[in-house]
Structure formats: structure tokens, C-alpha cells
Design a protein around this ligand. Structure first.
Ligand code: NAP
Length: 488
């Protein structure tokens, strides 16, 4: 049996208890319990589920400082960020509670058809899909983990959740699970509405292939998301996988945005290095006019050289980052700057790789996600050059444009990025994702497995609901939400 333990990214030292991998029989037991919970939850009023979400949010808020301290030891993300992340997580839970009280997620439609039509009375409502498996993210120990957006949206939909905890923060995962175990039943939800399993690929695969699991939420690498999507598609009964995967988040800096090159570089350096560069929305590709690219790169390097030392989340992430930067560095024709890495733990050096468009277009290695404090800067001669370079870029979570609205570079970039990204940012930076009904956090492949769905904001609930239409049903057999609707 394999066991995981917490590791301090700043020192590399292991600490805390062992977390044994859940084996196939433990996965099966968790799913069997969740199937029973699913039936109970499907019969609960949305207001009861809302009460559960609010109770969970209150309990997490009450433990915020201790939770953040625990997570800091496992992730090195820093207390201010982690305290803010707990608040974001509880804000997410509360926003779903508000949505549930409006009933809008049910999307009730009722029609009285005219005489002679095949049906006289049609009513449609959204119902929960069933048991949801969630793969927690490494880089958000709260907001995309045990009580994070996938769990909150699935619970809000009326689905029980089985979370595969990320090995990077097992103690934080267990502590959050304990808080949910107390708060949810006290508010009227069934016991085991959220279950947490620890384990590696075998545990995850047993979960995805279990016949009673109905849908999957995932946040992580493109390779991991793709492997799980493929596995789910090969099942006898395929199920949807909502995977949020890697993203390059291109930024186009038009000539009209470079009146102050240093200020522009400062803004983007802040976004590249935020959270050690371990955000899915980190700007990884920056397109700048060739006439100013040397100055821009020098300013960017200067800013990154002065940022705090970075310890990445896990040894695996540090190895992948180093390998990806090495591969980009080895592309013929690129210029490379690499800063200093802390000697201890999972220390990583910031890096800037710069290339002209010809080099960029010919080197797929420059379009690999660098999950850490690094970016690729592409010097672009003109709009035709920009078109050719952006044409090689796949799907992204975000696309950012800097420059005057009438600038031809801007107009071209907006057109091209609209077809390559789920969220367009004007004049700002892509890091910092607002949790809001208007948010879309998803994009064309490989950024996510389903560009039509978001993993942030209340619209995330629709991943775990499906519509059912009732034809000529007597009121007493209808779900509560459809009784007395449109029958007059
Ligand atoms: P990951 O390697 O994709 O792992 C995420 C989760 O998926 C883990 O629980 C992992 O299990 C599981 N998994 C991965 N491949 C699997 C497979 N073939 N079968 C079953 N389960 C599988 O992501 P990570 O650990 O967070 O970090 C690695 C890389 O992911 C980073 O370097 C970065 O490139 C990317 N990343 C992207 C985002 C984003 O939001 N875009 C966020 C985080 C990470 P194990 O426990 O066995 O590893």
C-alpha cells in the first residue's frame, strides 16, 4: 500500500501523519454510500441545501486562521493569500446558497399546448446528475479543493461528492473534510454528502471508472485531464469530465500600450510571478512590438529578478517546471534569462525566454505551459506577424489585450483571441478570477475539456444538473418545483 505525507515546500521536510491510498474496495464503499446519499439529496428542498452551504461557509470562516496556517506549511503559498482563499471559498459556498433560494438553477419551463398537439401539458426542470467525483487542484488548497468550487457547485445541484484530495495538501484536505462532516449534517444534509479519499492514479482511475459515478470535476494538467477524460469516454457508459487544464493565457501588447515600457513590464511581471506563477491564468505568452521588445524584456527581467524567492508546491511540479523551462531554453534562436533559485525545498528560479515570431512559430516547445514564475516573450514586427503567431496558439482560459481600442493590433488581437479564450481581459492582467455569475472560467481545448462550461461562478452548477421534461403528469407525481406551475 502507498502512503502520502505532507511535505514543507520551503524545506522539503516531511511532517504529519500518513495518508494511505484508498484501494478499489474503499473507492467502491465510498461510491455505495454516495449512491444512498444521492437519493436523499435529490429529495431535499433547495433551501435545505442552501442552509448546508451556509453552515459549511460559517464553519470554515471560523477556522480560517488555523486552516491557512496548516495549508501554508503544506503549500508555502503564504498566510495572506491563504486567508484570502478561505474567504473566497466561503464566498463561493454562500453565492450558491443565494442562487438556490431564487430557484433559477432549476430552469423551470411549463407549456400548455393547444388541442390536437401530442401532449397537453409539458413541464421541464433540472435534476441532479448523481454522484460527482472531484479531483482537487494542487494550487488552490481551499478554493479548488475539498470545499472548493467543484464541490460547492455539485452539492448545490443536489449531488453527493467524492473528492480525491491532492497529495500536495493532505492535512488541509482532512481538516476541511472534518469541518464539512460536522457542519453539513447539523444543517440537515445527510451524513457523507462529501467524502474525501487520498491516493494516486489508481485511486483516481477506480473512481472515474466506477459505474455509479455520474460526472467528474478536475483541475490540473492537460495530460492528467486528458487521461481522465479518455478513461471516462471509454467506460461502457461514458460520463462527462469537466476538466480545467493548462493554459498559456496570451497577452498582446500593442504599440499604443507602450508609452511607458517600464510600467507595462511591471504590471505583467506582477501577474507572471503572483503565487509563484502557479495560477492557471498566469500570462505565459507575451506578444510585444519588435521595436520595443528588447527594452520590454530588460524591464521584465529586472522586475522578476527583484521578486521574492519562490518555492513551488510540490517536488513533481518543480521538476516539471524545470524540465519545461529547460526545453524552452534549448530551442535554437531564443534568448534566455534565468534568475536565482532558493537552495532549499522546492525552490525555483524565475525565467524569461524571448523569441521572434519565426522562432516561436517553428517551436511547439515554446507553447508548453510553464507552471511557475516564467514567461515567453515574442517580438512581433507587424499585424501580419501577430496573426501568424497567434494562429499557432490553441485554446486558453484567458486572452489579454493592451492598447488603444482603435489600434489595428488591438482589433486583430480581439478577433483572434475571442476564438481562442473563454475570458478576454482589456488593459489589465488575467490573474485574479472574480467569483461572479458573469464569470466564465473555461476555454477551448486544451484549456478545458468543455469550453461551454465554467468552473468558477454560480453557472458552474449547470455541469451537475440535467433537464427532465414531464409530459401530462399529475401534480402529485411531479417534483416540488413543477407542482402547480403553468397548469392553470
Ligand atoms: P496533475 O498532475 O494533472 O494531477 C492532478 C490530479 O489528477 C492528481 O490527483 C493526480 O493524481 C491526478 N492524475 C493525473 N494524471 C492522472 C492519470 N493519468 N490517472 C489518474 N489520475 C491522474 O496536476 P498537478 O499535480 O496539480 O500539477 C502538475 C501540473 O499540472 C503542473 O505542473 C501544471 O502544469 C498543471 N496544473 C495546471 C493547473 C491549471 O489550473 N491549469 C492547476 C494545477 C496544475 P496523482 O495524485 O497520482 O498525481
Amino acid at each position: 500500500m502507498t502512503v502520502a505525507r505532507s511535505v514543507n515546500p520551503r524545506t522539503g521536510a516531511e511532517f504529519g501523519p500518513d495518508f494511505p491510498d484508498a484501494d478499489t474496495s474503499q473507492v467502491a464503499a465510498a461510491v455505495a454510500a454516495a449512491v444512498e446519499v444521492a437519493e436523499v439529496m435529490a429529495g431535499l428542498a433547495p433551501a435545505t441545501i442552501a442552509d448546508g452551504l451556509l453552515a459549511a461557509a460559517d464553519a470554515l470562516d471560523a477556522g480560517s486562521d488555523a486552516l491557512a496556517a496548516l495549508a501554508d506549511g503544506e503549500t508555502a503559498l503564504g498566510l495572506p493569500r491563504l486567508i484570502g482563499e478561505v474567504a473566497r471559498t466561503t464566498g463561493q459556498l454562500r453565492s450558491f446558497a443565494v442562487m438556490l433560494r431564487t430557484g433559477e438553477h432549476l430552469d423551470v419551463v411549463a407549456t400548455r399546448l393547444s388541442a390536437g398537439a401530442p401532449a397537453r401539458d409539458l413541464r421541464r426542470v433540472n435534476v441532479p446528475v448523481g454522484v460527482v467525483a472531484v479531483f482537487a487542484a494542487s494550487n488552490f488548497p481551499f478554493a479548488f479543493s475539498v470545499a472548493g468550487g467543484d464541490t460547492a457547485s455539485a452539492l448545490a445541484a443536489g449531488c453527493p461528492v467524492i473528492v480525491k484530495a491532492h497529495y500536495g495538501h493532505p492535512q488541509t484536505s482532512r481538516r476541511v473534510a472534518e469541518i464539512l462532516d460536522r457542519a453539513l449534517p447539523a444543517a440537515g444534509l445527510p451524513q457523507r454528502a462529501v467524502q474525501v479519499l487520498h491516493g494516486g492514479a489508481d485511486t483516481g482511475q477506480a473512481l472515474v471508472t466506477h459505474p455509479d459515478v455520474a460526472a467528474v470535476g478536475f483541475t490540473g494538467s492537460t495530460a492528467g485531464g486528458r487521461a481522465i477524460s479518455d478513461l471516462a469516454a471509454r467506460r461502457r457508459v461514458p460520463i462527462p469530465v469537466y476538466a480545467e487544464q493548462g493554459s498559456l493565457n496570451p497577452v498582446v501588447v500593442a504599440p499604443s500600450a507602450l508609452a511607458d515600457v517600464a510600467a507595462e513590464a511591471r504590471m505583467l511581471a506582477g501577474s507572471v510571478s503572483l503565487g509563484g506563477g502557479q495560477f492557471c491564468t498566469k500570462p505565459g505568452l507575451i506578444f510585444v512590438p519588435a521595436t520595443l521588445s528588447d527594452r520590454f524584456v530588460a524591464e521584465l527581467v529586472d522586475c522578476l529578478a527583484r521578486t521574492s524567492p519562490v518555492h513551488l508546491l510540490t517536488e513533481k511540479i518543480r521538476e516539471q517546471f524545470t524540465r519545461a523551462v529547460d526545453a524552452a531554453t534549448a530551442v535554437p534562436g531564443v534568448q534566455v534569462w534565468r534568475g536565482a533559485a532558493p537552495a532549499s525545498g522546492f525552490g525555483a528560479a524565475p525565467a524569461v525566454v524571448s523569441a521572434d515570431t519565426g522562432t516561436f512559430i517553428g517551436a511547439p516547445g515554446l507553447r508548453e505551459e510553464l507552471f511557475g514564475p516564467a514567461a515567453v516573450v515574442i517580438s512581433v514586427r507587424d499585424v501580419a506577424d501577430l496573426r501568424a503567431a497567434l494562429a499557432t496558439v490553441g485554446g486558453n482560459l484567458t486572452g489579454t489585450v493592451h492598447g488603444d481600442p482603435a489600434d489595428e493590433w488591438v482589433l486583430t488581437a480581439v478577433w483572434l483571441l475571442t476564438h481562442r479564450a473563454g475570458r478576454l481581459v482589456y488593459a489589465g492582467v488575467p490573474t485574479g478570477v472574480a467569483v461572479d455569475p458573469a464569470m466564465h472560467h473555461g476555454g477551448p481545448y486544451p484549456a478545458s475539456s468543455s469550453a461551454r462550461h465554467t468552473s468558477v461562478g454560480t453557472a458552474a452548477i449547470y455541469r451537475f444538473l440535467r433537464p427532465v421534461a414531464y409530459q401530462d403528469f399529475p401534480d402529485e407525481l411531479l417534483p416540488d418545483a413543477l407542482r402547480g406551475v403553468g397548469s392553470g
